[in-house]
Ligand binder design. Structure first.
Ligand SMILES: Nc1ncnc2c1ncn2[C@@H]1O[C@H](COP(=O)(O)OP(=O)(O)OP(=O)(O)O)[C@@H](O)[C@H]1O
Ligand SMILES: [Mg+2]
Length: 305
């Protein structure tokens, strides 16, 4: 059941990349993936490299390369009604991007257009999607930068004039610009030093909690996920192999793949001579859920709304 919470519900979602040249085969990157999460909830998506995590995230706002096949449903449940985003044409889905669902893609810090200032990156989104004037969008962009802990003076800079952590914050500011219901963040702290990772993650979690958004967070860092997420999904070979409230998944999942992931982390912890982990809960322990804790996460796509 989704209750009356605004919920994203992926049901039997499959993603198949088509060959670009003769001789290449199709890649079925995601197979019958079912998961759901609601506003006010932080859901983690973990799994080995190539298991399909980014493909799931890119599929939701339909930002996969042209020609990629999507089947199944991506339902946006709100006030008793559901919209299947898979069925929307390009014009219609564009209205959902940024305003309802925003994506911080994998490697976001490297995806800025080099000849545009940070200000232009953000104001373009505001002018296009919220119909703000240039003057309004500039004021709003300055506010957004402050929200993610950057001085407004960074607006005048070009992407190469920012550090990795600053670019990651700027990408986050752009994603938050239209105050979306759902934020999809693909490894938003990878490639940052551990202190900056913690700072950027703290900003994300605080903003998501304060605004009551839903967050789907892709990470390779299981201790981090355990520390901040309400629910956790585990992908393997294109399938969502496990999922549910984070405590249940970490502490009592019967799934062999989940158990092997957890065992590997625990073994690493036991040989960690520093004895500390500067992130999240520190070690593989489950954090205190936020106020908006919603343990209705489920990998079932078959229940009725
Ligand atoms: N544009 C594409 N064309 C063809 N195959 C692709 C494309 N993008 C991804 N794939 C393939 O789809 C599968 C899933 O990739 P995906 O990027 O979703 O994995 P991931 O779980 O995000 O991995 P990582 O943790 O390394 O980021 C992989 O086998 C990958 O090679
Ligand atoms: Mg990825």
């Amino acid at each position: 059941m989704t209750g009356d919470k605004t919920t994203l519900w992926l049901s039997r979602l499959s993603v198949t990349y088509r060959p670009r040249t003769a001789g290449q085969g199709e890649v079925r990157a995601v197979r019958d993936c079912s998961l759901r999460f609601s506003r006010g909830e932080i859901a983690g998506l973990v799994g080995e490299s190539g298991s399909g995590k980014s493909s799931v995230l890119m599929a939701i706002p339909r930002l996969l390369p042209a020609g990629t096949l999507i089947s199944g449903e991506i339902r946006f449940h709100e006030k008793g009604a559901a919209t299947d985003l898979v069925k929307l044409d390009e014009g219609a889905i564009n209205a959902w991007r940024w305003r309802r669902i925003a994506l911080v893609p994998q490697g976001a810090m490297n995806s800025f257009t080099p000849h545009l200032t940070i200000e232009r990156h953000i104001t373009e989104v505001l002018e296009h999607h919220l119909r703000m004037t240039r003057r309004e969008s500039r004021g709003h962009a300055a506010e957004l930068l402050r929200t993610v802990g950057l001085e407004p003076s960074f607006l005048k800079r070009y992407p190469h004039e920012l550090s990795g952590g600053q670019k990651q914050r700027a990408a986050l500011a752009a994603a938050l610009s239209c105050d979306p219901d759902f934020l999809l963040a693909d490894e938003p702290t990878t490639a940052l030093d551990v202190i900056t990772q913690k700072e950027v993650l703290d900003v994300i979690v605080q903003l998501v909690r304060a605004r009551g958004m839903g967050l789907l967070l892709v990470t390779h860092d299981l201790p981090l996920a355990a520390g901040v997420c309400d629910s956790l999904f585990v992908m393997k070979d294109g399938l969502v192999d496990d999922g549910g409230p984070v405590r249940e998944v970490i502490e009592s999942s019967p799934k062999p793949y989940t158990r092997s992931l957890i065992r590997a982390i625990r073994e690493m912890e036991s040989v960690n001579t520093l004895g500390v982990n500067t992130l999240g809960a520190g070690t593989l322990s489950v954090g205190t859920p936020g106020e908006a804790y919603a343990c209705d996460a489920s990998i079932s796509g078959r229940e009725e709304a």
